[in-house]
Structure formats: structure tokens, C-alpha cells
Design a protein around this ligand. Structure first.
Ligand code: HEM
Length: 127
């Protein structure tokens, strides 16, 4: 009767595919690309580490970078409600592309909605 984490259910390989499909979209998105680095390799590497631990896998992000403090780490960037929706749209499209479906998808996506909304630090009209 072993506990199986969401990370184990999704699998390391599919998680990596998801992150790659996601940043491919972010890099082309008119609202998102301007606030991200041009080369998203390192961003994708950190996000894979973060999502691994977020899903109950090994604490890869924290062992390399310390406590995530995600809201604080996003304060240098204007995260508007519109950007949060764009981020979540890219994530849904990436989930479609890698065929992340069913309960694993719903569980992860609902947590990402909450986290994305928590990152908002600027009003839409600010830009
Ligand atoms: C880093 C934007 C939501 C996790 C970043 C960076 C930007 C950004 C511009 C810096 C990239 C870099 O310097 O490499 C956004 C926007 C969001 C959002 C517009 C919309 C709400 C999220 C969410 C999560 C997340 C929901 C968690 C699942 C991360 C992580 C990093 C990061 C782990 C790397 C932090 C580090 O430098 O160690 N994000 N983000 N972000 N974001 Fe987000």
C-alpha cells in the first residue's frame, strides 16, 4: 500500500516534455516573451526542478537554489492578470501537446491556477 506521488504518476520523461513544450510557447507568446530571457534553456531547467518537487518528487529545486520563495522571485517582473492567463494558456496547450490527461492533468493544472494567481504583482494597465 505504497504512496505514489503525482511526480511518479506523470513520470520524469513526460514532465520534461511538458516543460519543453511550455517554454516553446512562452518564447513565442507576445505578452510573455518580452519579460523572459531569449534563451530559455536555464529557465526550463529550473522549472523542471521546481515542478519535480511541487509534484512530490525529489527536492531538486531547493537543493540547488534554496527555498523557492516564488512570489518574491517573480517581483522583478510585472506579472499582470493578463500574463497569468497567458501563462496558464501556454500550460494547457503544452498539456494537450504531450497528452497529459485525466486526473494527473486536473490535479496539476488546478494547483498551477492557484500558484499563477498568487504571482500577480501588477495591474493590467500598469504596462
Ligand atoms: C521564473 C514569469 C508563473 C515558476 C520566471 C521568470 C519569469 C517568470 C519572467 C524569470 C525567468 C528567468 O530568469 O530564467 C512568470 C509569469 C507567470 C509565472 C509571467 C504567470 C503567472 C509561474 C508559476 C510557477 C513559476 C505558476 C510555478 C509553477 C517559476 C520558477 C522560476 C520562474 C521555478 C525560476 C526561478 C529561479 O530563477 O530560480 N517566471 N512566471 N512561475 N518561474 Fe515563473
Amino acid at each position: 500500500n505504497k504512496y505514489i506521488s503525482q511526480y511518479e504518476k506523470i513520470g520524469e520523461n513526460k514532465l520534461r516534455q511538458l516543460v519543453n513544450a511550455f517554454y516553446h510557447r512562452v518564447g513565442q507568446h507576445p505578452d510573455l516573451a518580452p519579460i523572459f530571457p531569449k534563451d530559455l534553456t536555464e529557465t526550463a531547467r529550473k522549472q523542471t526542478q521546481f515542478l519535480t518537487q511541487f509534484l512530490g518528487g525529489p527536492p531538486l529545486y531547493t537543493s540547488e537554489h534554496g527555498h523557492p520563495r516564488l512570489r518574491a522571485r517573480h517581483l522583478p517582473f510585472p506579472i499582470t492578470p493578463k500574463r497569468a492567463e497567458s501563462w496558464l494558456n501556454c500550460m494547457r496547450e503544452a498539456m494537450d501537446e504531450v497528452e497529459l490527461t485525466g486526473a494527473e492533468r486536473e490535479e496539476l493544472y488546478s494547483r498551477l491556477v492557484i500558484t499563477a494567481h498568487h504571482m500577480i504583482n501588477s495591474p493590467d494597465e500598469y504596462e
